[in-house]
Write a protein that binds this ligand. Structure first.
Ligand SMILES: NC(=O)C1=CN([C@@H]2O[C@H](COP(=O)(O)OP(=O)(O)OC[C@H]3O[C@@H](n4cnc5c(N)ncnc54)[C@H](OP(=O)(O)O)[C@@H]3O)[C@@H](O)[C@H]2O)C=CC1
Ligand SMILES: O=C(O)[C@@H]1CCC=N1
Length: 272
């Protein structure tokens, strides 16, 4: 399978590096194009991939086209690719936040609804093989094509098929959430820094603790609340810390953050 990336930024780098590192495709089966030639060249050199001279040329040479550009530029970048996509039969995969399958079909013009399009919301942790992605196909995408995309993203973490109506919520707790998890790790480390521990050491300790906590939630039969109770000794350290977090509105602040992300995703959709 040859796979092309339109845009060679953060996500193309994360996904392409992840799938090549795990042997899902060879570097030589990857093609990239970016309006910034140097960025495309740098990614291609890292992976042993090829740089296409244009997005149209890229579409002509691959089986799967990953549209890895910002939602705001899709309305100008996608329409010129409609003919090449129809001609080549390549599967279009969009990872853009807020951009619906219906909108992508519309931008592909007359006949856009007949072209197979799959929408994915991945996250940047695909880079280290620990991503989380949601996948939804349009009517023209076959079950096999959707399954191929799920398998592609499972190779760099986990992936699920999800109704498109849940994509905004998924974006809040998976697509954008790595930034929130990094913030939490950094906040733990800053607390330790304040108490006198070197920041790099504190960051490593906090990151390993968050990693292990995530693994516990995934592998344990207990709900997070039950796990929390198991850490809290009566009159101990953890309950003292939890109460301070509660005083600061930790849970409701996180819930507000999720809602703000959902709202922005919907705004992007409405404005694209
Ligand atoms: N970053 C993340 O963690 C996640 C991002 N996404 C989605 O992934 C998409 C890409 O995001 P991200 O990788 O962060 O973005 P980046 O800005 O890092 O990468 C996009 C690259 O594509 C370039 N570009 C712009 N227009 C074109 C064009 N017509 N043809 C080829 N290249 C072009 C951009 O140039 P320029 O900068 O000049 O525009 C930039 O170099 C977005 O739609 C985003 O919603 C989804 C999940 C997670
Ligand atoms: O911030 C954004 O809009 C993109 C989508 C999800 C993560 N990054």
């Amino acid at each position: 399978m040859k796979i092309g990336f339109i845009g060679a930024g953060n996500m193309a780098t994360a996904i392409a590096s992840g799938i090549v590192a795990r042997g899902v495709v060879q570097g030589s089966e990857v093609v990239v194009h970016d309006v910034h030639a140097a960025g495309a060249q740098a990614l291609a050199e890292r992976l042993g991939a090829t740089v296409a001279p244009s997005n149209e040329a890229l579409v002509d040479t691959v089986d799967v086209v990953v549209l890895a550009i910002k939602p705001q530029v899709i309305p100008t970048a996608l329409p010129p690719l409609a003919a090449a996509l129809a001609e080549s039969g390549a599967l279009l995969v969009s990872i853009a936040a807020g951009t619906s399958l219906a909108r992508l079909e519309q931008l592909l013009g007359d006949g856009g609804a007949e072209l197979p399009v799959v929408r994915v919301m991945p996250n940047v942790n695909a880079m280290v093989g620990a991503g989380m992605a949601a996948v939804a196909g349009n009517k023209a995408a076959s079950a096999e094509q959707v399954a191929t995309v799920v398998d592609l993203f499972r190779a760099v973490g986990d992936a699920i098929e999800l109704p498109e109506s849940s994509f905004s919520t998924f974006t809040a707790i998976a697509g954008s959430a790595p930034a929130y998890a990094y913030l939490f790790i950094d906040a733990l480390a800053r607390g330790a820094l304040k108490a006198g521990m070197p920041k790099a050491m504190a960051t490593r300790i906090a990151a390993q603790t968050v990693l292990g906590s995530a693994q516990m939630v995934l592998e344990s039969d207990d709900a997070p609340w039950v796990l929390i109770d198991k850490v809290c000794s009566p009159g101990g350290t953890t309950i003292a810390g939890l109460m301070a977090l509660e005083d600061g509105g930790f849970v409701s602040t996180v819930v507000d953050g999720v809602q703000a992300t959902i709202d922005r995703d919907r705004e992007l959709g409405a404005g694209s």
